[in-house]
Design a protein around this ligand. Structure first.
Ligand code: COD
Ligand code: ATP
Length: 199
C-alpha cells in the first residue's frame, strides 16, 4: 500500500485538498479528526488534560476546545504540555487506521497530518511521499482570520506555533501552491491524482 501524507501550515488548504481526494474515491486518514476522538468524554487523555489545565476546561464532560485553544496558542510551554499528552495517542490511532486500510487491500491511502514534521512522522517509515500544501503567510493569515473568526493577534499566535511553511517546503516531495483560486488548487490536485493513477 502506498501512503501519501498531506501537510502544511494551519489554514493552508489541506482540508480543501483532502475533500477533493475523498471525492475521487481515496481513503483519507485525518489527524484533526483523530485529535477530537482521543479527547472524547471518558478517555484517559481527557482526564490528563483536566489534571494539567483544570476542571473548568471540561464542560458537561466535553472538552472546551475554544478555551483550550485560547490558553495554548501563544504559550509555548502550555502547548508543549498539551501536545505531550495528545500526540502519542494521535500517532497510535493513525498507525491503527493505516494498518486497517492495508489489511483491507487499499492500494493508495492519504493521511492529512498538520504537524507531520513538528511531530517527526517522517521518521516512522509509514509514508512513501509527503505533499505540502503551501500559501503565503498573508493568504494564510487572511483565510485563518476569516474561517475561525480570529483577530490578527490570535491568528498569528496559531501560525507561529508551527514550523514555518518555507521549512516544510524544503522537506516536501511535492508542493501544492494555494495562493490562487480554489479552481487553481483543484487543478493541481487533479494533476496529482492523474500522475498517481499512471504509476
Ligand atoms: C488546542 C485545540 C483544543 C484547539 O481546537 P480547535 O478546534 O480550535 O482547532 P483544531 O483541533 O481544529 O485544529 C486546527 C488547526 O490548529 C493547528 N494545531 C492543532 N494543534 C496544534 C498544536 N499542538 N500545535 C500547533 N498547531 C496545532 C493545526 O493546524 C490544526 O489543523 C486542538 O487543536 C488540540 O487539541 N490540539 C492538540 C492536538 C494536536 O496536536 N492536533 C494536531 C494533530 S497533528
Ligand atoms: N484557494 C482558495 N481560495 C479561497 N479560499 C480558500 C482557498 N483554499 C482554502 N480556502 C479557504 O481557506 C480556509 C482554510 O482552508 P482549509 O480549511 O482547507 O485549511 P486547512 O489547512 O485544512 O486548515 P487547518 O490546518 O486548520 O485544518 C477555508 O475557509 C477555505 O475555504
Amino acid at each position: 500500500m502506498k501512503v501519501i501524507a498531506i501537510t502544511g501550515g494551519i489554514a493552508s488548504g489541506k482540508s480543501a485538498v483532502t475533500n477533493q481526494i475523498r471525492k475521487a474515491g481515496y481513503k483519507v486518514v485525518d489527524a484533526d479528526l483523530v485529535s477530537r476522538q482521543v479527547v472524547e468524554p471518558g478517555t484517559h487523555t481527557l482526564e490528563e488534560i483536566k489534571e494539567v489545565f483544570g476542571q473548568a476546561i471540561v464542560q458537561n464532560g466535553v472538552l472546551d476546545r475554544k478555551a483550550l485553544g485560547q490558553k495554548v496558542f501563544g504559550n509555548d510551554a502550555l502547548l508543549k504540555q498539551l501536545t505531550k499528552i495528545t500526540s502519542p495517542e494521535i500517532q497510535s490511532v493513525i498507525k491503527d487506521q493505516l494498518s486497517f486500510f492495508k489489511i483491507k487491500g487499499e492500494p493508495v491511502v492519504f493521511a492529512a497530518i498538520p504537524l507531520f514534521f513538528e511531530q517527526h512522522y517522517e521518521k516512522t517509515g509509514w509514508f512513501d511521499e509527503v505533499v505540502v500544501v503551501a500559501s503565503s503567510e498573508r493568504k494564510q493569515l487572511e483565510r485563518l482570520m476569516a474561517r475561525d473568526h480570529l483577530d490578527e493577534w490570535a491568528a498569528q499566535a496559531r501560525i507561529k506555533s508551527q514550523m514555518p511553511v518555507q521549512e516544510k517546503i524544503k522537506k516536501a516531495d511535492l508542493v501544492i501552491n494555494n495562493d490562487g483560486s480554489e479552481a487553481e488548487l483543484a487543478a493541481q490536485v487533479a494533476e496529482l491524482l492523474k500522475n498517481l493513477e499512471k504509476k
